[in-house]
Design a protein. Structure first.
Length: 272
């Protein structure tokens, strides 16, 4: 299967897996609203993640914990309405799946039914396997997420690199295999050593998508506001900024304010 951008009308979980099989890297970004999702989709992004990072970048919370299932559905349905090609994956928010597989299934079904998204993502390994298995029984594709899992920030205590020690690295490798065996179609690994991430990608046959996990994985994901420079205070080593939208928007708004104040906007051509 050749996977050129123009060949794929709709990115499905099968297409994502074929990209790995073909050795083509997968490009994933977060999106939370209609207008931005439209731009990212038109640019040819493979996967749009409606991340619970919406809690940070859209709502201004310090962590991802406060965002609710209803708010995730609102963001997801806005993204789905914009997208023609990308696969749309939605985070199950904190408290909507942990420790209760029945609740997990209900949450996943609500997301799929009410937003029209194509898959869900859950954080965790062995401890969430029952939830993963139950969601899969309903035919809902599941993406895993290991390494730095922000919903557990109060357990970790910091946002530093995970799995640097042997025992945690071994658990991560084991969890990755468990998630693959349970039926996850792909896995995100966040902020772990590049060598370990490469090992995970080599061990699994499903795609492994990294954020702060080096280049040896099958794809990359970044938070859209960070890579476009809308946020300008978050500067981790792994982040590459592709634009300075904070600066560009700031200049545009200052120009607008000046034009309004000096009465040069609107001109005679810009009125009825
Ligand atoms: O919520 C999110 O944006 C994520 C990515 C960082 C992978 O989970």
């Amino acid at each position: 299967m050749s996977i050129n951008k123009s060949d794929v009308k709709r990115v499905t979980t099968n297409v994502v897996q074929a990209l790995k099989a073909n050795g083509e890297k997968i490009a994933m970004l977060t999106a939370y609203d209609f207008s931005m999702a439209k731009i990212l989709d038109a640019a040819g992004i493979d996967i749009l993640l409606v991340g619970d990072s919406a809690s940070n970048v859209m709502a201004g919370h310090e962590t991802t914990l406060p965002i609710t299932l209803e708010q995730m559905i609102y963001h997801a349905s806005s993204v789905v309405r914009a997208v023609k090609r990308a696969l749309v994956v939605v985070d199950l928010p904190f408290g909507s799946y942990q420790g209760n597989s029945e609740e997990a299934l209900k949450s996943a079904i609500r997301i799929m039914k009410e937003s029209g998204a194509h898959a869900v993502k859950l954080e965790g390994g062995e401890e969430i396997l029952e939830s993963v298995a139950r969601i899969l029984t309903a035919g809902v594709p599941v993406m895993g997420h290991l390494g730095l899992t922000p919903q557990s920030i109060y357990k970790f205590g910091t946002y530093t690199v995970r799995a640097k020690k042997k025992a945690e690295a071994k658990k991560l490798l084991d969890d990755a295999s468990l998630l693959e065996d349970a039926g996850c179609f792909a896995l995100v690994v966040e902020k772990i050593p590049a060598e370990l991430a490469t090992k995970v990608a080599e061990k699994l046959s499903i795609p492994v998508i990294g954020i702060g996990a080096g280049s040896g994985v099958d794809g990359q994901v970044l938070v859209m506001q960070d890579m476009l420079g809308i946020t300008n205070e978050f500067n981790p080593r792994f982040l590459r900024r592709y634009a300075d939208l904070f600066g560009e928007i700031n200049t545009a708004v200052q120009n607008y304010i000046a034009d309004v104040k000096d009465k040069s906007f609107p001109s005679s051509e810009e009125q009825y």
